[in-house]
Design a protein around this ligand. Sequence first.
Ligand SMILES: Nc1nc2c(ncn2[C@@H]2O[C@H](COP(=O)(O)OP(=O)(O)OP(=O)(O)O)[C@@H](O)[C@H]2O)c(=O)[nH]1
Ligand SMILES: [Mg+2]
Length: 258
Amino acid sequence: MSAMGKHAWYPGHMVATQKSIRELAPYLTLFIEVVDARAPELTRHRPLERWVGRTPRLVVLNKADLADGRVTQAWIEWYAAQGQVAVPFSAEHPGSAERLRAAIQARFQPPYRLAVVGVPNVGKSTILNRMVGRHRARTGGKPGITRGQQWIRVGNGWEWLDLPGVVTPARSRDWRLKVLGVVRWEADEAEELASALWEWAPGREPFEDWVSWGRRRGYLGRGGSVDLQRTAEALIHSFQTGALGAVSLETPPAAEGP
Ligand SMILES: Nc1nc2c(ncn2[C@@H]2O[C@H](COP(=O)(O)OP(=O)(O)OP(=O)(O)O)[C@@H](O)[C@H]2O)c(=O)[nH]1
Ligand SMILES: [Mg+2]
């Protein structure tokens, strides 16, 4: 397959973003690599490691409010064991911005010229808005909201660059990236996604399936049978909004033996 063919599916802004990251890297203090706390390595864009060169990275485990706190803590320790700093963050918690600022200031000298990078919809623009204290970058609940680059200068030596999300074709087929909203999915995939998600649902009864979850909620169609499409979409939505509880979809790989 030619290089063109392999990447032909890429929306144009992803190609442009890759180029920007490579070109900007030498001029940046650090990259803020944003991942979803519910599946940090799955939502990590691996090629970044090559693109950023020698520029340091700090991993932000975002949407920590939606993740299982114990699992997030295990991830922080796992990253530390890899020699990487990972900081939990939640747009819902006012203290998050201050904690991230402190983590940066403890390790790097000003001026702070930072770029937020990561896969789509993990909350890059939202973090930036929280860090600058104003709604400066556009955000939204579906992938592909940020289309171009946007520098946000806040005075006192901080400059932030918002970039569009980037994702690789191989990763984009994973059901977890679909329910996390990193990649789009079709309506006819809902039942399959709900079945996979159900295995991770906290507090489900033994032998209970997602169909009975829908029945309990009264998602019934004609003749009183469960409306599978509606149930599946409701289950995914409940996961995405946190109504299902705090759920992590990935745990750190077991420590390697001697
Ligand atoms: N619960 C929760 N939702 C969040 C958090 N951070 C972001 N979101 C939501 O996640 C969605 C995506 O946020 P964005 O900031 O637009 O994500 P992005 O990474 O900039 O996305 P692209 O520009 O499409 O790559 C929005 O609906 C945000 O409100 C968080 O910490 N907790
Ligand atoms: Mg964005």
